[in-house]
Each structure stands twice: as structure tokens, then as C-alpha cells.
Design a protein around this ligand. Structure first.
Ligand code: ACO
Ligand code: ZN
Length: 157
């Protein structure tokens, strides 16, 4: 199976939003997606199989105290949302999206660390992040609208 990971374009957003709505309970207004594409577009990626978008990762860059880099002010990559269509999972696509996004966050945007929030029950995603060297930094109680807690996970870049 040939998987192409490339930068997202504006005309991909309908499909990206569709995948998000199909696979995750966390949804965002269209301007939110457009905003991330405009501001941090080099690290907003899609995975394509035979010309069809099957996954995405959307990120942004923030500046503040490090979670794992012991500095008071550090550029941090924030993995806002990642998803792969169910029928394309467990083939390394999530890993490729994450690795390429982290490379861009480091090399293009100068980030020193990367972090994200994930539901404490989301074992597949937590495994993926741990495999990529993220560690659980803390629990954020009641982070999600339905009351579930999140792990904040991070790693240096
Ligand atoms: N059970 C256990 N471990 C898993 C699972 C699973 N179902 N899925 C992935 N992993 C772990 C494994 O260690 C796997 O390696 P292996 O296949 O060699 O054992 C490793 O993660 C890498 O898996 P990939 O194939 O690279 O990941 P995939 O393409 O399947 O995508 C993803 C993973 C994105 C989490 C996918 O399951 C998904 O879209 N889930 C629904 C959306 C979601 O939960 N997104 C994350 C929310 S948090 C956030 O967005 C910041
Ligand atoms: Zn977040």
C-alpha cells in the first residue's frame, strides 16, 4: 500500500473535517481548521492512499513553560488533533503523520518539545505516543466535555 504524507491544502479541509467527525468526539468550527492551516500549515499534514485522504494531523506552535524541557519559556509544538480512518489503521500511518509533524515542528518552527492531550481511556493513541517517546506528564481532570480526564503527554524534540 502506497501512503503519501504531504502538507494539507485548503481544498482538503472538507475531507479532513469529515474524518474528524467520523472518528473523534472533539469537533471544531471550520474557521479553527482554516486558522491552523494558515498559521502552522507546514505541520498540518494529510496521508493519502490512491489519491484519497485517509488521515490527518493538525498542529500549532505555542510559547510558554516547558513540560519536559526544563526552561521557563520554550517553543512547544501542540498536536491538536490526529486521526486515521478505521480501515487504514495499524499500518503505520499514524506513526508517519506524527514523525513528519514532529520533524517540521522542530526543523521549520524551532520547537524544543511537543505535547498533546489524550483521553485516559484511549489506549491505541496512548500506545502510539509512548512508542514515539512521549511520556505522561500529568492528568488533567475533567478535560473533556463529557467529564473524562486527559493525560498531558510530551517529549523533547
Ligand atoms: N491497540 C493497541 N495499540 C495500538 C492500537 C490499538 N488499537 N493502534 C495503534 N497502536 C499502537 C501500536 O503500538 C502500534 O504499533 P504496532 O501496530 O506495530 O503494534 C502503534 O500504535 C503505531 O500504530 P499506527 O499504525 O502507526 O497508528 P494508526 O495509523 O493505527 O493510527 C490513531 C493511530 C491515530 C490513534 C488511530 O487509532 C485513530 O485514528 N484513532 C481514532 C482517533 C484518535 O483517537 N486520535 C487521537 C486522539 S488524541 C489527539 O488527537 C491529540
Ligand atoms: Zn490540545
Amino acid at each position: 500500500m502506497d501512503v503519501v504524507v504531504r502538507r494539507a491544502r485548503r481544498e482538503d479541509l472538507d475531507e479532513v473535517i469529515r474524518i474528524n467527525e467520523l472518528t473523534l468526539p472533539e469537533h471544531y468550527p471550520r474557521w479553527f481548521w482554516e486558522d491552523h492551516l494558515r498559521n502552522w500549515g507546514e505541520a498540518f499534514l494529510v496521508a493519502e492512499v490512491e489519491g484519497r485522504i485517509v488521515g490527518y494531523v493538525m498542529t500549532r506552535v505555542e510559547y510558554g513553560p516547558g513540560y519536559v524541557v526544563p526552561e521557563p519559556m520554550v517553543r512547544k509544538g501542540h498536536i491538536v488533533s490526529i486521526a486515521v480512518l478505521p480501515e487504514f489503521r495499524r499500518r503505520g500511518i499514524g506513526t508517519r503523520l506524527m514523525e513528519e509533524a514532529m520533524r517540521v515542528l522542530r526543523d521549520v518552527y524551532g520547537c524544543k518539545e511537543v505535547y498533546l492531550e489524550v483521553r485516559v481511556s484511549n489506549t491505541p493513541a496512548i500506545r502510539l505516543y509512548e512508542k514515539l517517546g512521549f511520556r505522561k506528564v500529568r492528568v488533567i481532570p475533567m478535560y473533556y466535555l463529557d467529564g473524562e480526564d486527559a493525560y498531558l503527554m510530551a517529549r523533547p524534540l
